[in-house]
Design a protein around this ligand. Structure first.
Ligand code: NAD
Length: 554
């Protein structure tokens, strides 16, 4: 990566000097401080004499990383780098994104959350606990950065497909915000990860002396709602332009909070809306591969939670846009949850599931549902590892020339099937995408297939950037629909020929910038933008993106 040399930045009077500067991760440049900067900033003698280029620093970081024996150790190393020198961390991350995204995010982040209290070095982000009720504004006042534009907040109740990890869920907002910066250039000081520690129902954590959160059962009901309300109010009072991304909340709270806040604050839920958008993008790209248009498809979901319902909503929006009546659009989505096919005669369905309940006799076995319904696509969002067995994939391949098999559960250990299984059991005909990455597969007849990763990181950073750039007052479903269409349009014929439903990750910054333009245009045309529309929206968005380049101080 080569960047133009920036002009010297003026040194403000309160700028840290000497050792304080080396311990300031936002301003530290390590051995890249020039001789003139070392002289001007009181650094002489505090660093080895040689001045290193940024590229050599990246090389050293990558060498260190390669020496780490496993992914968790790689994460710990990168986390340490982020604590020492944020610019270098982002330079390393952006220049090696396809290799490092699985370390800073899924699947490794799942291990990080599981081990969080045991690998803890220093805090990152803010912890707001049940004991802070009544004084959340005082807590937020302690955050040092004044211009926070995006908060990712979790209460740790449903971390990936791993369940309730309580305060150890902090790995998720930290990882997602690193992706906001790496994929969409949101400046790191504008990002704030928050964990709402309301306790946990996880007995192993409650018994663990190194658990970092409140060792008590979860706060529920009105006190919980009051705490989240207080957080939303306090955050928008201190940072009026902030976008709040709700992340990895338990199923019920996720839907409730989104409904409660979507018209009051600038807020979205990535597990529902971001997932819906990224999976719809994959389905739109797959249309070009299978030749079966969306309105002629039938989708069978395994799992009827945040992800499944969010995807169905987005499919419905796309179908309606293509002229399918709303009532019929819902009918193309079938759900199978832990109690079987979601059908009208069931009396145990929540409102979200009832919307998709079909007029069909109950079916308790997923294979039987596949055989009865002959879906064009099965979409695994259950967290139930290996639920797409050989018989299921073979039934899909018997019914369709190019069956869609999306095994989206995270982390890898929860995936409904592997890429090799989907290709192997379908004679190489399955169109496959997963939630966590899988290596390319060589089929029995010698073809190399690259499974797509339906990673939400294709969508949320670009959406966030577009919302921030336009200062949109709300985040709307239309923005996610537009984002899906833009993402699908970025998939080339070469990507499709290799089996990929998404563009390669090394193009993600360009993709995010284009999504941001589309999202900002929605805000401008719908009257949701507080910012004036710039003459050249793409150029304005590009100019606002943070590049990991050191400022020159002397
Ligand atoms: P959720 O808890 O809201 O929903 C899970 C659903 O799965 C529930 O309806 C539950 O009844 C059902 N379920 C559980 N076990 C089942 C079984 N054995 N058979 C059938 N149904 C079963 O969770 P969610 O937010 O919807 O996430 C589900 C999974 O999807 C997670 O593993 C998550 O990591 C993954 N996910 C992937 C992506 C992506 O790939 N981009 C995005 C979001 C979520």
């Amino acid at each position: 990566m080569s960047h133009p040399k920036p002009p010297p930045a003026p040194i403000p009077p309160d700028f840290p000097r000497g050792v304080r500067l080396l311990h300031d991760p936002v301003r530290n440049k390590g051995m890249a401080f020039s001789a003139a900067e070392r002289e001007a900033l009181g650094l002489r003698g505090l660093l080895p004499p040689r001045v290193l280029t940024e590229d050599l620093q990246v090389r050293r970081a990558m060498e260190n990383l390669a020496r780490k024996p496993d992914d968790l150790e790689k994460y710990i190393f990168l986390n340490g780098l982020q604590d020492r020198n944020e610019t270098l961390f982002y330079r390393v991350l952006t220049s090696h994104l396809p290799a490092l995204m699985p370390i800073v995010y899924t699947p490794t982040v799942g291990q990080v959350c599981q081990a969080y209290g045991h690998i803890f070095r220093r805090p990152r982000g803010m912890f707001v606990s049940a004991d802070d009720r009544g004084s959340v504004a005082d807590v937020l006042a302690n955050w040092p950065h004044r211009d926070v534009r995006i908060i990712v907040v979790t209460d740790g109740e449903r971390i990936l497909g791993l369940g309730d990890l309580g305060a150890h869920g902090m790995g998720i907002p930290v990882g997602k915000l690193a992706l906001y910066t790496a994929c969409a250039g949101i400046p790191p000081t504008q990002c704030l990860p928050i964990t709402l520690d309301v306790g946990t129902e996880n007995p192993a954590l409650l018994d663990d002396p190194l658990y970092v959160g409140l060792a008590r059962r979860r706060l529920r009901g009105a006190p919980y709602d009051d705490l989240v309300d207080e957080l939303m109010q306090a955050a928008t009072a201190r940072w009026p332009r902030v976008v709040v991304q709700l992340e990895d909340f338990g199923n019920r709270n996720a839907f409730d909070l989104l409904e409660r806040y979507r018209d009051r604050y600038c807020v979205f839920n990535d597990d529902i809306q971001g997932t819906g958008s990224v999976v719809l993008a994959g389905l739109l790209a797959a249309e070009r591969l299978t030749g079966v248009p969306l309105p002629r498809q039938r989708f069978l979901f395994l799992g009827a939670g945040e992800a499944g319902i969010g995807i169905a909503h987005m499919i419905g929006a796309a179908l309606v846009e293509r002229g399918v009546p709303a009532a019929d659009a819902d009918g193309q989505c079938w759900f199978f949850d832990s109690r079987g096919l979601v059908v009208r005669v069931r009396d145990d369905l929540t409102a979200h599931k009832r919307r998709y309940a079909q007029d069909h006799p109950p079916v308790r076995d997923f294979l039987a549902a596949v055989q009865a319904l002959r879906p064009t696509a099965i979409i695994g969002v259950s967290g139930a590892a290996r639920a797409f067995g050989q018989a299921v994939v073979e039934a899909m391949a018997a019914a369709h020339d190019r069956p869609l098999v999306l095994a989206l559960s995270n982390p890898t250990s929860r995936s409904e099937c592997t890429a090799a299984e989907a290709y192997g059991w379908s004679g190489g005909r399955a169109v496959f995408a997963s939630g966590s990455p899988f290596d390319p597969v060589v089929t029995a007849d010698g073809r190399r297939l690259e499974p797509g990763q339906g990673n939400n990181a294709y969508i949320f950073p670009g959406v966030g950037l577009g919302v921030i750039a336009s200062r949109a007052r709300h985040v709307t479903d239309e923005m996610f629909l537009v984002a899906a269409k833009i993402l699908a349009g970025e998939v080339t014929d070469a990507d499709l020929a290799a089996g990929r439903l998404y563009p390669p990750l090394d193009r993600i910054r360009d993709v995010s910038a284009r999504i941001a333009v589309g999202v900002a245009e929605v805000a401008f045309t719908r009257g949701l933008a507080a910012a004036p529309r710039p003459a050249d929206v793409p150029a304005a968005i590009r100019a606002a993106m943070f590049e990991p380049i050191y400022p020159r101080y002397a």
